[in-house]
Write a protein that binds this ligand. Structure first.
Ligand code: CP
Ligand code: NVA
Length: 322
């Protein structure tokens, strides 16, 4: 066994076989992933052969810059290899059943990363594949994003418990993941959305109860100014997510008062950071000025996607090995 693998052997195990959403991760899992990601970031050379000989399938129904590149680079940088499968057309399940895709892929590769419209597609892959399945964004969740974001906030503030955060805009997949993983970390999160664009009620209620147990809180508000008052991190995302382009015009009108601009940032804490999962629509959900300001940590977030995904891959693919 190589020195690299010996280092990996000493890592604790995750309680999950897959990462289908933020829901299944326990508090200890979240801490393990974030701590391990810091280790991987600090000493990338120690993990240069951690996934030697391992193969990963990347299935994407939707476009991607960050997620595709970071997963491909993560595999190459740890000695493994990724195979990209463009599933924009046909979508998963159209040419053959999702069950059969899972049953084929498990014969050739060691893990599946999937970006799909329906959450049920990722759930079904995980149900039928013996190998780990990682959610690379669905209409409902984006767990790799929230993990990278909390890693970034941890680096910035040195602690996450009690950290005051505001999410302003659409109660979408990124919002769900931030609420659910944030709840496990005990953050104090205000979510401000227009009426009718709130996060899913059952996800909000579940996250709220978990937050309470962990010394955090989640509040749902209407007024963006109220939501960001005193916040140490202000987060926004696009007003029309992938698949909602048909409604972009209407959404631009509804969401206009939710733009994160200099005026809104001035209501947050003096040291507040600006966050966005990207891609950003400059001049819509965020002003050019805020996006390019020293407060903006959007590219740190993007960088940390790489480190957190390396950590996830090593933890999940190694779990399946023993
Ligand atoms: N934030 C994010 O997931 O970016 P991509 O859509 O480019 O992968
Ligand atoms: N909410 C956005 C996130 C993109 C990373 C979308 O789903 O398009």
């Amino acid at each position: 066994m190589s020195t690299m693998m010996a280092a990996v052997e000493k890592i604790e195990r995750l309680s999950v076989h897959d990462l289908v959403s933020d829901r299944e991760l326990g508090r200890a899992d979240v801490s393990l992933i974030l701590n391990f990601a810091e280790r991987v970031k600090a000493t990338p050379g120690s993990f240069a052969r951690a996934l030697e000989g391992r193969q990963l399938a990347l299935i994407f129904e939707k476009p991607s810059l960050r997620t595709r590149v970071t997963f491909e680079v993560a595999m190459t940088a740890t000695g493994g290899h990724a195979v990209y499968l463009d599933h924009a057309k046909p979508r998963l399940g159209e040419r053959e059943s999702i069950k059969d895709i899972a049953k084929n892929l498990e014969r050739w590769v060691d893990g599946i990363v999937a970006r799909t419209f329906a959450q049920s597609a990722v759930d079904e892959l995980a149900e039928h594949a013996a190998i780990p399945v990682i959610n690379a964004l669905t209409d409902t969740w984006h767990p790799c994003q929230s993990l990278g974001d909390f890693m970034t906030l941890g680096e910035k503030f040195g602690r996450l418990k009690g950290l005051k955060m505001a999410f302003v805009g659409d109660g979408n997949n990124v919002c769900h993941s931030l609420m659910m993983t944030g709840a496990k970390l005990g953050v104090a999160l205000n979510v401000a959305t227009p009426a009718g664009f709130e996060p899913k009620a059952e996800i909000f209620e579940e996250a709220k109860a978990i937050a309470r147990k962990n010394g955090g809180r989640i509040h749902l508000l209407r007024d963006p100014a109220e939501a960001v008052a005193g916040a140490q991190a202000v987060y926004t995302d696009v007003w029309a997510s992938m698949g909602q382009e048909f409604a972009a015009h209407l959404r631009t009108q509804v969401f206009a008062p939710y733009q994160v601009n200099e005026a809104l940032m001035s209501r947050a804490d003096g040291g507040a950071v600006f966050m966005h999962c990207l891609p950003a629509h400059r001049g819509q959900e965020v002003s050019e000025g805020v996006m390019d300001s020293p407060r903006s940590i959007v590219y740190e977030q993007a960088e940390n996607r790489l480190h957190v995904e390396k950590a996830l891959l090593i933890l999940l693919l190694e779990n399946g090995r023993h």
